[in-house]
Design a protein around this ligand. Structure first.
Ligand code: ZN
Ligand code: ZN
Length: 432
């Protein structure tokens, strides 16, 4: 029995082969020291957040302050994704509404001789600086990178349908459609169309499916051309955990993976994001930064390298747990968890086996919407392993295997009270 492996593993193999070639060339050239001075770039983990807000839409701080928040806390990349707007063109903030008082004072203190203010019609206005303008203040090769971003914010029948677009060139805006699924697809298609037309790498991702209970798992299953959705979003109103009738986002992930993979459709990866709006009041009522991020494994901190790594599943999501390594061999998925003193780790390897029970039960939510309950043979816990070096050997009948690490450390300023720091390892597809 052989395992056909996801692109992820092919990437590992390719790099492994490159390392072997490098080692061989080092050995054969050891009598010529000058020949060994140019090693291949090594891959490393880059920390980033793809979903956050500023005063350009409904965030409560200036974009430079938002970028400073992340860069000064060890993030390597950031996309500020405001609602239906890019950070471009002339835009002024009337400080009598937002962005005045202590917010403006702090902005001016950190960025002296930078803030553009004017009085007009009795109002005190502050210019929102463009990404092109503020990018040079922060970007550093190998240290920090900014992406353009837009949270395309659409709706259908009163339900909010949001799709993030990362590294786009032109504003997209809400595309509309005839159903929830149609609206999702039209917005995803608009990003893919721009990618095709401009030749710039960019990608859509589905935001917070349970926000407003807008997106059902069947919509995720049916979506074409989409590789990502948010399995964890730090906004307190997004219902990551579902409710009595509706599945959690993690459960939606398993159902979507099982149904998509068994139908020959592509894998879907789970992103972990902040969706921060509030940078002054930190508590469970506010969407604050620092709740969820991704760690991407790539050879360099560059837009194309990060996007290609994300699209290859070369990343994990985190709300606090750090992994030193995610290792995939032909038959085993292993993690190396970076241990903290006096903290315990429990890893669940989760998957769905081929031939799972595909019967569904029709149920009704309290708003009378019809939902389908899927079999418990979807998203089985295949193994539970304690310690810093969890490993799972594939039985061979799994459609996919993913891993979730939960630590014994309570998260600081959590999305929900009692939340423990966790990590979400991307699914690996196992071909029969
Ligand atoms: Zn949103
Ligand atoms: Zn948002």
């Amino acid at each position: 029995m052989g395992y056909g492996l996801a692109p992820t593993l092919r990437g590992f193999r390719l790099r492994f082969a490159m390392h072997v070639i490098l080692v061989v060339s080092l050995l054969t050239s050891c009598w010529q020291p000058s020949a060994v001075s140019d090693p291949a770039p090594t891959v490393q983990w880059w920390k980033g957040n793809l979903h956050t807000h500023s005063l350009w839409s409904d965030g409560d701080d200036y974009p430079e302050q938002v970028v400073h928040w992340y860069k000064s806390r060890g993030y390597h990349f950031l996309a500020i994704s405001d609602h239906n707007v890019l950070h471009e063109g002339d835009r002024f903030m009337d400080t009598s509404t937002r962005g005045g008082g202590e917010v403006l004072a702090a902005y001016k203190e950190r960025f002296p001789d930078w803030v553009m203010e004017k009085e007009e019609g009795g109002a005190h206005l502050v210019q929102l600086r463009t990404l092109e303008e503020y990018r040079p203040l922060f970007e550093e090769p190998g240290a920090f990178l900014l992406f353009s971003g837009e949270e395309i914010s659409d709706r259908f029948d009163g339900k909010p349908i949001h799709v993030n677009a990362t590294n786009i060139v032109e504003l997209i805006g809400a595309q509309g459609g005839d159903s929830v699924r149609d609206v999702m697809q039209n917005n995803v298609d608009a990003v893919l169309e721009q990618r095709e037309r401009t030749g710039q790498l960019m990608f859509p991702h589905i935001n917070h499916p349970n926000f407003g209970w807008a997106i059902k798992v069947e919509d995720l299953i049916a979506l074409k051309g989409e590789k990502f959705f948010e399995v964890y979003n730090g906004h307190p109103q997004v219902h990551n955990e579902g409710d009595d009738a509706r599945p959690s986002t993690a459960r939606m992930w398993d159902i979507a993976l099982a149904e998509r993979l068994s139908a020959g459709l592509p894998i879907m990866y789970g992103l972990t994001v902040d969706d921060a709006h509030f940078y002054y009041d930190f508590d469970g009522e506010h969407a604050n930064p620092g709740r969820g991020w991704v760690m991407v494994r790539a050879a360099e901190l560059a837009t194309d390298a990060i996007i290609r790594a994300l699209e290859a599943g070369e990343f994990y999501g985190s709300s606090g747990v750090t992994l030193d390594d995610v290792q995939l061999s032909s038959d085993t998925l292993s993690l190396v968890i970076q241990e903290e003193n006096d903290i315990d780790y429990v890893t669940q390897f989760i998957g769905t086996r081929r031939g799972y029970d595909r019967t569904t039960e029709e149920i009704h939510a309290e708003d009378a919407s019809v939902l389908f309950r899927y079999s418990e043979t979807i998203g089985e816990v295949l193994a539970t392993v304690e310690g810093a070096l969890p490993s799972y050997t594939f039985r061979g009948d799994e459609l996919y295997v993913r891993a979730k690490v939960v630590s014994s450390k309570l998260k600081n300023n959590p999305y929900k009270k009692g939340e423990y720091e966790s990590a979400w390892v991307q699914p690996v597809v196992i071909d029969p």
